[in-house]
Write a protein that binds this ligand. Structure first.
Ligand code: BJW
Length: 245
């Protein structure tokens, strides 16, 4: 573990916004995207994570998410010490804590986080393109899946945000970024917009500190005031303990 040693001067009632990415769930057994053993090393984005891919070959896209959904539902996949530390921070901190995750897994809520935004959607939800219903969905999905609300067949998709689509709750996220005194980015490579731009947003507020907690420096590492580099299950509980001390 390397990096940051200087104590942070953060008011105990400062509002905190935390951004998480795939790195926080890696030690729970879920793959990241851009690491050497990541998801994009085995499948092409253009084949599984764009609306065009879904229109061209829905079976392929359904299969990709069916496999990942089944993997997430395996009892071996559990929240880790980093997810749990963030839930502890939210419960104990004097100001507001908003957790914005790019992850489509459910490990933050299972760890106890409450003020949570899934900006790239949720793998355990389905979305009917005919009537707009968003509902829990734990079974495999295919082109014959029927919407439980409108009854239309063949218009169900997984409730995730693909490239070229607008992430969810952006107004709420930007409002929180504008009012925060501490921004923490955890386990994300900083390759995907708009999440990669959040650190630049908080730079508009001179009193906001920005900290990166990641295995290695991300794409935007120079924009942060401080960084700690190492596995999330070590550096996140350590940083949370410091904030709460
Ligand atoms: C650890 C660790 C451990 C590992 N401990 N750390 C040019 C052309 C076309 C489009 C664009 C373009 N330029 C920009 C765009 C926009 C595009 C984009 O950003 N493309 C770039 C790739 C160039 N973005 C979009 O299209 C987005 N929408 C959009 O921009 O709408 C317009 C708009 C929005 C807002 C305002 C105005 C306009 C939508 C993006 C959708 C992303 N979807 C995906 C897949 C869907 C969900 C799924 O299947 O899971 O979301 S892509 C994938 O990347 C996934 C992730 O959420 C996302 C981010 O990845 P993440 O989490 O950073 O993972 P990795 O693998 O990259 O990094 C992991 C990190 O963890 C690494 O740094 C490791 O070191 C670290 N690590 N082990 C700690 N143990």
């Amino acid at each position: 573990m390397t990096g940051y040693h200087q104590a942070m001067k953060i008011a105990k009632d400062a509002n905190i916004v935390i951004l998480t990415g795939a790195g926080i769930s890696k030690e729970s057994g879920l793959s990241t995207f851009r690491d050497a053993d990541g998801i994009w090393a085995t499948v092409r984005i253009e084949d599984v994570a764009t609306p065009e891919a879904f229109a061209r070959d829905p079976d392929r896209v359904h299969d990709f998410y069916n496999e990942r959904r089944a993997g997430l539902l395996d009892s071996k996949i559990q929240p880790n010490a980093a997810h749990e530390a963030l839930a502890r921070l939210e419960a104990a901190w004097g100001g507001s804590v908003m957790l914005v995750t790019q992850n489509i897994d459910n490990l933050h809520e299972r760890a106890g986080s409450k003020n949570l935004v899934h900006m790239h959607g949720e793998m355990l939800k389905g979305w009917c393109q005919a009537c707009g219903l968003v509902c829990e969905w734990v079974e495999a999905m295919d082109i014959n899946s029927v919407c439980p609300h409108c009854g239309v067949t063949g218009h169900m998709r997984v409730h995730v945000v693909w490239f070229g689509e607008m992430p969810f709750e952006m107004n709420r996220i930007y409002a929180a970024l504008a009012g925060c005194g501490l921004f923490i980015s955890i386990g994300t490579s900083g390759n995907v917009y708009p999440a990669s731009g959040f650190v630049s947003e908080v730079r508009h507020n001179s009193s906001c500190r920005a900290v990166e907690l990641n295995l290695e420096p991300s794409e935007g590492a120079q924009l942060f005031d401080d960084a700690r580099h190492g596995p999330a299950t070590e550096i996140v509980p350590g940083f949370v303990a410091e904030l709460l001390s």
